[in-house]
Design a protein around this ligand. Structure first.
Ligand code: SAH
Ligand code: DHB
Ligand code: MG
Length: 222
């Protein structure tokens, strides 16, 4: 099985199950035009985020790593009435594209984009009394994932779902000797999850248009 097969199956699933969507297509097109890297979640993955958000009956969603707001649109579409997304982004230029993409999707009033280092914004959210969140999506700089997971727990309640993107990385996650900070970051996150008694967690490997990677889901149970 090849990347070509995975990509064509992703296209088929997107056409059939996810359903074509002009606003999401525009978000990707405008992000590409602005020179953003093509690393948004895939359409089927995005819709999984929407489904998970709906299952959570989400009123408060936290995302770390906005990029052009593609995943943010999916998350915001999963909000229940009166709900809001807070999304954290380091790069002002990314946040600006995301703002336009969210406005086109008519979701800008439901989304608060906070520009800065997530590790500096997270304590501010806690101090402001934000949270607990119903769903937290970790998708920013991978070396910080264990720290973000700890913050996600601080901003959680019993029943919060924590979702993490890019946890398989072409299977390189099994390389204990890897010096790649993205891999050591995921492995450190996995150590933290393994130690953490407050979550029930699993990781699912995925293939698709973005290659071979995976999602971790961790449900806070205590
Ligand atoms: N969730 C997006 C993709 C995010 S890509 C989607 O699927 O559509 C990762 C994003 O995290 C990039 O925009 C990058 O600028 C941002 N990022 C990297 N380091 C960060 C940090 N320290 N704090 C906040 N955001 C960061
Ligand atoms: C990459 C992919 C992602 O989904 C992401 O959030 C960050 C980086 C990548 O392929 O490099
Ligand atoms: Mg990602």
């Amino acid at each position: 099985m090849s990347q070509e097969t995975w990509a064509s199956v992703d296209r088929y699933l997107t056409e059939k199950i996810v359903k074509p969507d002009a606003v999401l297509d525009a978000a990707l097109r405008e992000s590409a035009k602005a020179g953003l890297p093509p690393i948004s979640v895939s359409p089927p993955q995005g819709k999984l985020l929407q489904v998970l958000a709906m299952m959570q009956g989400s009123k408060r969603i936290l995302e770390i790593g906005t990029l052009g707001g593609y995943s943010t649109i999916w998350l915001a579409r999963g909000l229940s009435r009166g709900g809001r997304v807070i999304t954290l982004e380091l790069e002002r230029s990314h946040a600006e594209i995301a703002r336009k993409n969210l406005a086109r999707a008519k979701l800008d009033k439901l989304v608060d984009i906070r520009v800065g280092m997530a590790i500096e914004t997270l304590p501010k959210l806690l101090a402001e009394g934000e949270g607990p969140f119903d769903l937290v999506f970790l998708d920013a700089d991978k070396p910080s994932n264990a720290d973000y997971f700890a913050w996600a727990l601080k901003l959680s309640r019993k029943g919060t779902l924590i979702v993490v993107d890019n946890v398989i990385r072409d299977g390189m996650v099994v390389d204990a000797r890897s010096k790649d900070p993205n891999i050591t970051g995921v492995r450190k996150l996995n150590e933290a999850i393994a130690r953490e008694k407050r979550v029930v967690a699993t990781t699912i490997q995925t293939v698709g248009g973005k290659g071979y990677d995976g999602f971790t889901v961790a449900l806070v149970v205590d």
